[in-house]
Design a protein around this ligand. Sequence first.
Ligand code: ZN
Length: 222
Amino acid sequence: MTAFTDSDRAALADAARTIDESGMVPGAAGNLSLRRGDRMLITPRGADLGKIDPLDLVDVSLADGSTSPDHDRDSRASSESALHRAVYAAAGEGEDAVVHTHAHYATVVGTLVDELPPIHYAIAAFGGAVRVAPYETFGTPALADAVGAALQDRTAALMSNHGAVVTGRDPRQAVAKAITLEWVASVYYHAIASGREPRLLDADDLAAVVEQIKAIDYKIAA
Ligand SMILES: [Zn+2]
């Protein structure tokens, strides 16, 4: 029995289409997943994210990465399946969707600094400054470990010379946050490209943003 309903499959396929349309996955490089209990549903290896058949999405065990015996399509789990499993292991309670992209500015900034600093209050959506995980070869356990470590107390990480990972409570929110992360990275890139030192927010500023979100029940990146 699969842990995933038809509406889970439709939601993940819809999110993949939105990511494809956003331009953040050049050359079909990117993948998304959704967690239920000890399993995840993930986009297929080499898939065109704009045209995913929901039944080609692959149901994978989080414990050992094995594909469900009920999977009756030829599709195979994304080559970054181990990365997604490590992200769920590091993610907080309720962070049940993962988006991995090769978004332009996130990738550029990931080659320049060790963290994306708080240049805009929207970075509060990720828990603060977004760390850059050191470079490791794609699809390897070393990359999965590096990204898992960078996600400590955060819902996003940049990946040096590679891309970005974002978590969310569901695929729709994870996609919205991936778009926000790319925008914050673009603001930072253009600020430092000016040749001047950008003014940054401090921990008190970010704490006040979190309080204000609670006070007005604002659904950040909803
Ligand atoms: Zn990648």
